[in-house]
Design a protein around this ligand. Sequence first.
Ligand code: ADP
Ligand code: GLC
Length: 488
Amino acid sequence: MEKSKKLKIVFLSSEIAPLAKTGGLADVAGALPKYLSRIDSVEIIAMMPFYREVKKKNLSVRKVLENVNLDWPGKEKVFSVFEYRNDGFRVYLIEKDSYYDRDYLYGTPTGDYPDNGERFAFFCQAALKTMKQLNFQPDLIHAHDWQTALTFAYLKHVLKDDKFFQKTGSLFTIHNLAYQGLFPREILQQVGLPDYLFNLEDLEFYGKVNFLKAGLLYSQAINTVSPTYSLEIQTPELGFGLDGVLRKRHDRLFGILNGIDYQEWNPETDPALPAHYSKQNLAGKSVCRMELLQTFNFPKNSPLPIIGMVSRLAGQKGFDLLAESLEEIFKRDVYLIILGTGEQKIQDLLLEAQRKHSNRLGLKIAFDDRLARLIYAGSDFFLIPSRYEPCGLTQMYSLRYGTVPIVRSTGGLKDSVEEFKPEELKGNGFLFKEYETPALLTAIDRALSFYQQEPFWSKILLNALISDFSWEKSASKYFELYLKILNF
Ligand code: ADP
Ligand code: GLC
């Protein structure tokens, strides 16, 4: 690369905050490009489907391409592109209403949309076409998760002679290996990929086509969102059937811990909070605490510690362990406040528990960013009992808001939370290892033993508040990885 030339990056994600969000991927895709764009030699744009959720926000968008035609085997071939100016970078929204103008991004609470394969394959093809139409010739395409993985299948097997992409580098980021995008063999022909890819060395996976595999096999490098998870996915326990593929590529597999956006998540300025606070003056945190207790109809001056949770209701997040442990947890004098949405069976399980423990368990089944922020700010502890966790952002938000995490020692939780050691006054939270009730309870008991016990409690809070997960650090690691890939 010449000195004066900017590195052109295209960032492909199926969700980008604040436009559309179901989980942490959106936070990462909203923040990482913003921090990368602050590096002088980077020019970065992002692309995402134009969902109903985005349309409903009535943002200021500009149509930049109309009636673009795709070489697509199905009936639907035409799409349009809108531009949205996000903080620091442009997002190109692929408009195709028959695919994206729906109530949800991926499916209803009872299951995925049956045509997800087509919906996201179309997005990948449309994104590549958009780069050409905009004449934005990328030095590197950075794609995320199964929804955007086929981009690299098209580049390698359909557009291999296309001059425009001849020098394009590729990075694929795994945010969650459990979601792979599995579809019947016929999908290949339906989305314009050759049937010969249906073999074990390519996209075949136990009789199905695996979209994620395209990202793992055809990208120049792969990364996951924490160093520990990058090792865990190479083992049968957490490899979800793909550990063999990942082990084969271990020399091209990296782990970069996510950051959080310290501007967007700031207890000194957060407009969602009834009062603000900082590490120098925590008075506002007690106001948030009172408001949180009141929101859940608990006595607002209660001194009992509050354990908060904000989570997708999915198997990964440890709700079966939590449910098993509830009787014991409520033998301790604590409130548990949970905000979540997701799988019906976990919702039912929690609603049932709430009926039983209504004076101690506060539950809201919803996706509610404002309430999430009040929970981060108003709780004393934050519980994450995940079975596995690629990175996890909620422990970082809690730390940022002075709320002490109690987490299972796995993936990114292990890389961001350090056990508090009273002898050294070091550490910002509490961890447990075995996925079992006794281990969870001992961690909760250790945490509670320090609650309001000085000088320990003040020190733990301070350690939480000064933990640094700002994106600047992680963005520069991604930048270094981009440069490394371009030199492969
Ligand atoms: P994951 O991506 O696996 O869901 P993360 O910890 O990386 O887990 O990110 C979760 C993100 O989604 C955080 O920003 C969290 O605040 C948000 N979130 C999860 N559930 C809810 C909810 N019910 N309401 C509001 N925000 C939520
Ligand atoms: C995934 C993971 C989560 C991670 C997020 C952002 O949804 O489940 O652990 O923090 O992606 O990378």
